[in-house]
Design a protein around this ligand. Sequence first.
Ligand SMILES: CC(C)(COP(=O)(O)OP(=O)(O)OC[C@H]1O[C@@H](n2cnc3c(N)ncnc32)[C@H](O)[C@@H]1OP(=O)(O)O)[C@@H](O)C(=O)NCCC(=O)NCCS
Length: 170
Amino acid sequence: MRKIELLTKSHDREGFDCGSEPLNSFLKQTARQHAARGISRTFVLVEETASEPKPILGFFSLNICQIKSETLSAEEAKKLPRDVSGIRLGRLAVSKTYQRQGIGKALLIAAMGKFMEIFNMAGGIGLFVDAKDLEAKCYYEQFGFVALPSNELELFLPVKTIQEALAQNS
Ligand SMILES: CC(C)(COP(=O)(O)OP(=O)(O)OC[C@H]1O[C@@H](n2cnc3c(N)ncnc32)[C@H](O)[C@@H]1OP(=O)(O)O)[C@@H](O)C(=O)NCCC(=O)NCCS
């Protein structure tokens, strides 16, 4: 059975290849340091019963972020104070061997579930993501992410959309 786990030494970071070197090297060199310093948390999808080091099918990372509500659409901004917090999906990647099998979608749903845990403890207006290019932007848009008026490669998934998506996928 597949399971989302917090990245640890028991995972095969060296063997991971999603086809994007910056994402591969984040996982290999940066993710655990960032977790230790409280900068971000990285979660990996693995086969629960795989022998260690467990091959990583895909991963995502999350961190808390601050947003000026004026960077959102006027519709969203008018309901909010000037400074608000959210969660940034800093990285999302799937091993080349497993791409186009729904794993990216499963990781996004898992990230939404993690968002709700944080939302229930401390609030947050939604998930933010920096798409690395227009192709990635299209990928996120199909899940309801909307581009910010100030930057077409920065996208926002409001809490309401997250709750609806989780209800549909439960
Ligand atoms: C982008 C990525 C995370 C998608 O994960 P995935 O598991 O391959 O995607 P899914 O199987 O969940 O895709 C679901 C649907 O999204 C669409 N899709 C998949 N990859 C896409 C891409 N690169 N761009 C746009 N749409 C895409 C397809 O419609 C797909 O459905 P289909 O296979 O039935 O046509 C993965 O390809 C990846 O790691 N790529 C390299 C790193 C990267 O670009 N990360 C994004 C960071 S900004």
